[in-house]
Design a protein. Structure first.
Ligand code: EPS
Length: 407
């Protein structure tokens, strides 16, 4: 059993999203406002649709936190769906009542049978044997990622106690590519502030403007845009993950977590696909001076373990498949051709997805840190971390620590 577990529940237009996080040490400071800040960042980003004008995501702790601190018990929280008020009849847990004409009318209004290509609708309806695709789409909706961002913010809190920070940002929307030089990260707080100030969470001001224009154009055309997300951390402790077994390798675990975000179709670590066409001499990060490296092409991972460099992960997000100008599809109730279902959508959710990817990376890293350092209380966890750092420092000597940089 993994040390840290997360379960989410809830439908997009149901009463609330629920999250349970189990395995946290006791004594971790958790304030709702810290999680709410992360939720607001997920709601923002140019290109979001009508739903985000209705919601004002905020958590309510219902277990595991007392007087602002974790107790070691499972942390449970809820995020209300404000839009649920408009879906009371259609999303009620009560059994159908054929005599309730008003509710039957609401159910008919919200019934979906025209499947959206690219979404879970077709496969989900066949797999679960449902006539109303709403049974599938309500849970497949990217609304679920609000729950993950809340859990990720808890993970980030744990990482912060070790001096580790994680941030997600956007490096491409449609065909507009950003240029973010390595020097951008030399001042971490300034870099993060620049990302928050961009309407699309992009570190390249010129590209941000072009991305906004591209989103406007996509909206005009009734279509949507995808893009490329990057997640970056401050230097990580050496040795998170392991080379000894396939399911302990951190690169695989990170890829699984990030690939599980709706619409993410590819994950790359470091220079990844570019490495494929380079020679070995051009692909690896030589020890330039003592333990110092002149580059980070490996993206901070070697042999499935962190190597003390910042983690750099990229993720490709396909355009949202709910389209104002619908794709040709099929009506499952008749088998006849019909345009895909459309209610409303986001022209571009790449900035939001970068916040979700940040949450998932923070989650996997927190899990790996808990695995390596253990501890039932935060004090114990931090003490184990200090001992580990101390042992590694003694092994490398003062020069090694200086050259490798400390976390
Ligand atoms: C989302 C909530 C959804 C969409 C979007 C993401 O709200 P609704 O379905 O009420 O419009 O805005 O999800 C999708 C477009 C999708 O295809 O899943 C959210 O909270 O992020």
């Amino acid at each position: 059993m993994t040390r840290l577990r997360m379960l989410t529940a809830g439908e997009s237009h149901g009463p609330a999203l629920t999250v349970i996080v189990e395995g946290l040490p006791a004594g971790l400071c958790l304030e709702a406002e810290v999680l709410n800040r992360a939720l607001r960042r997920r709601q923002a980003g140019y290109g979001r649709g009508g739903r985000m004008k209705i919601e004002s995501d905020a958590v309510e702790f219902t277990g595991g936190v007392r007087l602002g601190l974790t107790s070691g018990a499972p942390v449970a929280l809820q995020i209300q769906n404000r839009d649920h008020a408009n879906w009371l009849g259609a999303m009620s847990a009560l059994p159908r009542d054929p005599e309730d004409a008003e509710r039957e009318a609401q159910l008919a209004l919200r019934r979906v049978t025209r499947v959206r290509p690219g979404h879970a609708d077709f496969a989900g309806a066949l797999k679960y044997g449902v006539d109303d695709v709403r049974d599938v789409l309500e849970r497949a909706s990217a609304r679920e990622t609000a729950a993950r961002v809340a859990a990720g913010a808890i993970a980030a809190r744990l990482l912060a106690s070790l001096g580790v920070e994680v941030v997600g940002h956007v490096v491409q929307i449609g065909d507009v590519k950003a240029t973010v030089e390595e020097g951008f990260w030399s001042d971490w707080p300034a870099a993060c502030a620049a990302l928050e100030a961009s309407p699309v969470r992009c570190g390249d001001g010129e590209a941000s403007v072009a991305m906004v224009a591209a989103i406007d154009e996509a909206k005009r055309q009734g279509t949507s845009l995808g893009g490329v997300i990057a997640v970056r951390t401050t230097p990580l402790p050496v040795g998170l993950g392991s080379h000894v077994q396939w399911d302990r390798r951190l690169d695989g675990r990170l890829a699984q977590a990030v690939m599980s975000i709706p619409a993410i179709k590819g994950v790359a670590i470091g220079d990844a696909f570019e490495l494929a066409s380079r020679t070995g001499h051009q692909a690896h990060d030589g020890f330039a001076q003592g333990y110092a490296r002149g580059s980070n092409r490996a993206g901070g991972l070697e042999g499935g373990m962190t190597n003390g460099q910042p983690l750099v992960l990229l993720a490709a997000k396909k355009p949202i498949s709910t389209l104002p100008r619908p794709l040709p599809a099929v009506d499952l109730s008749s088998g006849e051709p019909a345009p895909a279902h459309f209610e409303r959508t986001d022209a571009c959710a790449v900035p939001a997805a970068s916040v979700v990817a940040e949450a998932m990376v923070a989650w996997v890293l927190a899990e790996a840190c808990l695995e390596k350092f253990g501890g039932d209380s935060l004090a114990e966890f931090m003490a184990h971390f200090e001992v580990g750092q101390d042992l590694q420092s003694r092994r490398l000597g003062p020069r090694g620590v200086e050259e490798r940089g400390s976390t």
